[in-house]
Design a protein around this ligand. Structure first.
Ligand code: UDP
Length: 347
């Protein structure tokens, strides 16, 4: 029988792609999602894409008793934990909400999972844990010093997980995956990034401009110490990211890590500026996108690029898709989402 894997936030952007990757690898995902940032139609589209009936439960991760009951009914050997609030600005305005949901929820979830027998835990962390660093590329033993409550919650959950799996009676092992900038969509165009609220990230904002939902794009600063003055990031295709989760889980389940806890960067190692991303969209669309130059966005850093070598060495994983594929797939997904009227209510 296939290993069951609990996926919290399994209806979200990264979670939905993880569910597909798990099915492809022969696992049986058990989705937990409270629908706080996912549309009702995601599950049905996931079932269409995977050709399977999927188990999905509307449980908040802070509901420890609910999780315990679920894990008794559906014993899971692994956990991919993605459920979280993720807006940096909102986390500054509402820190307690973030600590309660992200940190409190993770403690409740890890406790329920370990009490049910434990197993392999893969946690969705973020490059934001490195904070404002001056380095060409970031590797995992650089200091963790987040600069906002959202990043703090990710760093704290890593610590909670590390301490838990290092405890003498722990039955779990943990891996934190520090994502750089996820982008793109499944190449079927059946699932993709679909935030309920106004997006803050470059890719979905460019898509909104391209479909006419937003008048123009504002480039946040051209005076950074980067080749063209605009911010430089490490964009990673969401399908590559999802496959890394499955690799991580498989390695953990086969006892492939010596340490009870490990943190790994997930990026491509290739830097792209804001201007280069816009140019890639304009090439895909064969037209210019309306844009203006704006001020730097508070809290932004000049450059955030991964040193992805540890993930290669420890998981045998490397990103295979480049910027062109991210742009093409994001754009195809936008076409499908509009055709189905998914975004009509947002206009
Ligand atoms: N950015 C921009 N205009 C926007 C949104 C983002 O110029 O409307 C820039 C941002 O300053 C950064 C890059 O695009 O340099 C990636 O930002 P995003 O919010 O996607 O990810 P972050 O790296 O901040 O998590």
């Amino acid at each position: 029988m296939a290993n069951k894997i609990l996926v919290t936030g399994g209806l979200g952007y990264i979670g939905s792609h993880c569910v597909v990757a798990l099915c492809e690898a022969g696992y049986e995902p058990v989705i937990v999602d409270n629908h706080s940032n996912a549309r009702a139609s995601v599950l049905e589209r996931l079932e269409r894409l995977t050709g399977r009936e999927l188990s999905c439960f509307d449980i908040d991760i802070r509901n420890r008793a609910g999780l315990e009951t679920l894990l008794q009914r559906e014993p899971c050997q692994g956990l991919i934990h993605l459920a979280a609030f993720k807006a940096v600005g909102e986390s500054v305005a509402q820190p307690l909400r973030y600590y309660d949901n992200n940190v409190g929820g993770s403690v409740s979830l890890f406790d329920a999972f370990d009490a049910a027998g434990g197993g392999a835990i893969v946690f969705s962390s973020s490059a934001t844990v490195y904070g404002d660093v001056e380095a060409k590329s970031l590797h995992e033993n650089m200091p963790v010093q987040p600069t906002n409550p959202y990043g703090q919650t990710k760093a704290m959950i890593e610590q909670v997980l590390a301490d838990m799996v290092r405890a003498r009676d722990a039955r779990s092992r943990g891996l934190a995956l520090r994502y750089f900038n996820p982008a793109g969509a499944h190449d079927s165009a059946i699932i993709g990034e679909d935030p309920k609220d106004a997006p803050n990230n470059l890719f979905p904002i460019i898509v909104q401009v391209a479909v006419g939902q937003r008048e123009r794009l504002t480039i946040f600063g051209e005076d950074y110490d980067t080749p063209d003055g605009t911010g430089v990031r490490d964009y990673i295709h969401v399908v590559d990211l999802a496959q890394a989760h499955v690799k991580a889980l498989t390695v953990l389940l086969s006892g492939g890590f010596d340490a009870p806890f490990t943190a790994l960067n997930l990026g491509t190692g290739t830097p792209y500026s804001v201007r280069e991303v816009i140019a890639a969209f304009e090439a895909e669309l064969s037209r210019k996108l309306p844009q203006t130059m704006g001020e730097r966005r508070p809290g932004d850093v000049a450059t955030l690029v991964a040193d992805p070598s540890a993930a290669m060495a420890q998981l045998g994983w490397r990103a295979e898709r480049g910027l062109e594929a991210m742009v093409r797939d994001a754009w195809r997904w936008a076409g499908a989402a509009r055709q189905w009227g998914l975004w009509d209510e947002d206009t």
